[in-house]
Design a protein around this ligand. Structure first.
Ligand SMILES: [Zn+2]
Length: 54
């Protein structure tokens, strides 16, 4: 059995997060972006990062 490579896993995580409702505001939806220079899924309304990849 082969372990999934880490980059693919991160891409998959972001794809799963994209389009999800923000947990911090009513209207927001998570979109792919960057936060403090790292790839992250951010709310398009309030800018709260839903997930961040270090
Ligand atoms: Zn939000």
């Amino acid at each position: 059995m082969q372990l999934p490579d880490q980059a693919t896993g991160e891409q998959h995580l972001l794809e799963n997060l994209e389009g999800q409702a923000c947990a911090f505001c009513e209207e927001g939806q998570l979109v792919r972006g960057s936060y403090k220079g790292n790839t992250a899924a951010l709310c398009d309304e309030c800018g709260t990062p839903g997930a961040q990849l270090w």
